[in-house]
Design a protein around this ligand. Structure first.
Ligand SMILES: [Cu+2]
Length: 80
């Protein structure tokens, strides 16, 4: 059975400009299993489509914290 791609929303308080949003998108899109990243500093939201067979939300959060952004999962995984 093919693993579906999941959609997760991550909240942060530490993206302050488009540069931050771009840095978040660059950092996350390099991770294996990440299909799409959309970060918006105005809403402090990071939308991520990930492949559960290759990665998980904890890995994504660890990466964000490594590059300097706090994280909080604000929406549970659901089918995309
Ligand atoms: Cu910034």
């Amino acid at each position: 059975m093919i693993q579906s791609v999941r959609f997760q929303v991550i909240g942060t308080q530490t993206m302050h400009c488009d540069g931050c949003a771009n840095a978040v998108q660059r950092a996350l899109s390099r991770l294996p299993g990440i299909h799409q990243v959309s970060a918006d500093y105005r809403t402090q939201r990071i939308d991520v489509r990930l492949e559960p067979a290759k990665t998980d939300i904890r890995t994504v959060q660890d990466k964000l914290e490594m590059v300097g952004y706090d994280t909080e999962v604000v929406a549970p995984a659901r089918q995309a």
